[in-house]
Design a protein around this ligand. Structure first.
Ligand SMILES: O=C(O)CCC(=O)C(=O)O
Ligand SMILES: [Fe+2]
Length: 204
């Protein structure tokens, strides 16, 4: 029975992996160490990080991570009961967006940044299937800093997939994935450094 809790190892890198009801591509070395270090430092110092909170049963519960929203200014974004007005693109975000647009063959217009300060910061099971993202959204996620586990779980079959998202890596999720799979970055008891994640999206 223990097997039910096991996460299947990721089969292959750099090419499209077809799973039940979805597809993804994981590219561990999308950025080399020098560029990845540069972006980690830039984003740590220059992004307008905020501690947002969620209203739950009349109480304000802080998110277990810092967030920031950048992109085209006519595209506000709502999730977990909050609406964010984007900051304008920075030079570094545009550079990354151009490289990812090319790779994913999508013109992204917004990016949500998450900053996980230590192992106690996390994002719990959810989908990126908000109305504004439309049907079968492509989500491109870039990672800088500490390696953390990224887990996917099929909503109907409970099938699980786990990836260790490395410094400088890119993960693209597409097809039906957001309608059938939840994802999370769980807390960890291991001593980990900061991690910054950028998820590029198209807001319709
Ligand atoms: O930090 C990550 O890898 C995932 C972030 C995420 O799922 C989100 O912002 O929706
Ligand atoms: Fe997400």
């Amino acid at each position: 029975m223990e097997q039910l809790d096991m996460f299947a190892p990721a089969p292959d890198y750099n090419k499209t992996i077809k799973i039940n009801n979805g597809e993804y591509i994981y590219i561990p070395n999308f950025y080399g160490r020098i560029m990845a270090n540069y972006y980690l430092q830039q984003f740590t110092n220059t992004i307008e990080w905020k501690q947002e909170s969620m209203n739950m049963y009349g109480k304000q519960i802080p998110f277990p991570r810092l967030t920031a929203w950048y992109g085209e200014n006519d595209k506000p974004y709502s999730f977990s009961g909050i609406t964010l007005q984007p900051h304008p693109w920075t030079k570094e975000l545009i550079e990354i967006k151009d490289k990812i647009d090319h790779k994913a063959q999508v013109k992204f217009n917004s990016v949500l940044l998450n900053r996980y300060r230590n192992g106690n910061d996390s994002i719990s099971w959810h989908t990126d299937a908000e109305k504004e993202l439309g049907k079968n959204p492509v989500i491109a996620s870039v990672n800088f800093g500490a390696e953390r586990k990224f887990q996917l779980k099929h909503m109907h079959t409970d099938e699980k997939i786990e990836l260790n998202l490395k410094h400088g890596s890119l993960l693209i999720m597409k097809g039906e994935l957001q309608h059938f799979w939840k994802h999370q970055v769980p807390k960890t008891k291991m001593k980990v450094e900061e991690r910054i994640n950028l998820t590029f999206r198209v807001i319709k």
